[in-house]
Design a protein around this ligand. Structure first.
Ligand code: TXA
Ligand code: MG
Length: 318
């Protein structure tokens, strides 16, 4: 079983393991990441192995600061403006990959672009001390719910990795927003912890939607799958269903629910995002065959929440 160390004590042990090519689960402000030295092909392969993730799926390279990012990718003035506005934070920029960056090709899965993110908390400290970028997908096995606590990582992956750094529950609760930056064009590849409206305000231009699926191959339909089936925009609850509630008003028949958890009593989308995966996991554990989810408004972080709910509800591939 993985050793679990509080983040205040974990740095030396994490650096030993990462330097030796091992995979370490680390907290970020969004979700826990399954990290490895992005310049070491064997280390990166261990991430795919631990996740059971298809090989064609590229990973985010995490950096300590903008200077490290600029050694890995070409930054246009627009890209720099966004990095300065949102880093460290839950925004991933997909940029043209710089040749000779040292990033192992397994990280980019053969694309000529690279996804870069400067996270908050323990991760940038570890990256700066290691002086190498860390590749890190979310710390869950492929297709399972994303982990936002060390305990959730341990339950899912504890027998496959040597160390989990415990930074408590993550503050954002869902993954970073992925934005592709081309010369004068911004495309949202995955809604996430930074609302698209906030990006548009900082960039002074609009963000194109809809390229998801092809350009972010990790966006497989059934990606955030609880064991239970899910029903979205539920206006009523059937007997035996578990209820994922949102806001102060209850769906009809809520008192019949096998279990109920509210993403945010007050209807706060940031609180709802932070609760999303832990509530899904908890409702799944009740063992109901179906989780009914009340509607969540589509604006701001609601866009990312609805995206994750739609994936959780999608028909399971295999
Ligand atoms: O918040 C997050 O972003 C978390 C934490 C750990 O940082 N990481 C995360 O990584 O969610 P992952 O691997 O689960 O999702 C990365 C997404 C995938 O959908 C992948 O396809 C996409 O990024 N991606 C990576 N490189 C890309 C590229 N060059 N072009 C387009 N999409 C890319
Ligand atoms: Mg993931």
């Amino acid at each position: 079983m993985a050793e679990i160390l509080p983040e205040s004590e974990a740095l030396p042990r994490a650096l030993d393991l990462l330097g030796a090519g091992a995979v370490v689960a680390i907290p970020t402000e969004t979700v826990y990441g399954l990290s490895a030295d992005a310049t070491n092909g064997e280390a990166v392969a261990r991430i795919y192995e631990a996740k059971g993730r298809p090989r064609f799926n590229p990973l985010i390279a995490h950096v300590a600061d903008i200077a490290m990012a600029e050694r890995l990718a070409h930054f246009s003035p627009l890209a720099r403006k966004l990095a300065e506005a949102f880093w460290p934070g839950p925004l991933t920029l997909v940029l043209p990959h710089r040749g000779g960056s040292g990033i192992h090709p397994l990280v980019t899965a053969g694309l000529d672009t690279i996804a870069l993110r400067c996270p908050r908390g323990f991760a940038p400290r570890a990256i700066a001390a290691l002086d190498r970028p860390l590749a890190a997908p979310s710390a869950n096995s492929s297709g399972r719910i994303t982990a936002t606590t060390a305990a959730a990582v341990a339950a899912d992956l504890g027998d496959r990795i040597p160390l989990i750094v415990d930074g408590g529950a993550t503050s954002v609760g869902l993954e970073s927003t992925i934005l592709k930056v081309e010369d004068e064009k911004l495309t949202l590849l995955r809604p996430g912890g930074v609302a698209a409206e906030d990006i548009e305000r900082a960039a002074g231009m609009s963000v194109a939607r809809g390229a998801t699926g092809i350009q972010a191959p990790g966006m497989m339909v059934s990606h955030y799958a609880p064991r239970a089936a899910m029903r979205l925009n539920a206006g009523a609850v059937n007997p035996g269903e578990a209820l994922l509630a949102f806001g102060p008003r209850r769906a009809e028949g809520a008192e019949r629910a096998a279990a109920m958890l509210n993403l945010s009593e007050g209807g706060d989308l940031r609180e709802a995002a932070a609760n999303l995966f832990s509530h899904l996991l908890a409702l799944d554990r009740v063992g109901a065959a179906l989780i009914a989810a009340e509607p969540v408004p589509p604006e701001g972080l609601g866009e990312a929440i609805n995206d994750r709910l739609a994936r959780a509800a999608a028909p399971r591939g295999s």
